[in-house]
Design a protein. Structure first.
Length: 123
C-alpha cells in the first residue's frame, strides 16, 4: 500500500482528507506543521506528501524548498493544497498545486499522477 504524509494545520480538513484517502486504501500519516512533518519523515518514508499552503510554522513552498536540501526527501512528490489559483504544476521537480475546495476524484487524480511508478514485479 502507498503511504501519504498529509501536512495541514486545519484539523477538520485533515480529518476529512485522511478519511477519504484511507477509504481509497492509502496509508495516511498526518502532521500539523512543517516541523512535525520533518520529524515524521524518517519513520514514514511517504510516497507522496499533501501539504497545506499555509502551515502554522511555514508555508508549503518553504517546506518543499527545505526538503530539497535532503537527498532522502527531495524526490518525494508534493501536492500543495491551496485556496490561491496556482499553475497545475511548477514543472518537473516542483510541487503540484490542487485548488481547494477539491473533489475526491480530483484529489485521487493528483495523487496518482504524482506517485512514482510501482517497481516491476519479478518474473
Amino acid at each position: 500500500m502507498r503511504t501519504i504524509l498529509l501536512i495541514d494545520g486545519d484539523q477538520p480538513l485533515t480529518r476529512t482528507v485522511a478519511f477519504m484517502l484511507r477509504m481509497m486504501s492509502f496509508v495516511v500519516v498526518t502532521a500539523t506543521s512543517g516541523q512535525e512533518a520533518h520529524q515524521l519523515l524518517p519513520a514514514t518514508r511517504p510516497d507522496v506528501m499533501l501539504c497545506g499552503d499555509i502551515l502554522p510554522d511555514m508555508r508549503g513552498e518553504q517546506l518543499w524548498s527545505a526538503l530539497q536540501h535532503h537527498s532522502l526527501w527531495r524526490d518525494i512528490p508534493m501536492i500543495i493544497l491551496t485556496t490561491n489559483p496556482q499553475p497545475a504544476s511548477g514543472g518537473p521537480g516542483r510541487p503540484t498545486y490542487l485548488l481547494k475546495p477539491f473533489r475526491r476524484m480530483e484529489l485521487l487524480d493528483s495523487i496518482l499522477a504524482a506517485l512514482p511508478a510501482a517497481p516491476e514485479a519479478a518474473a
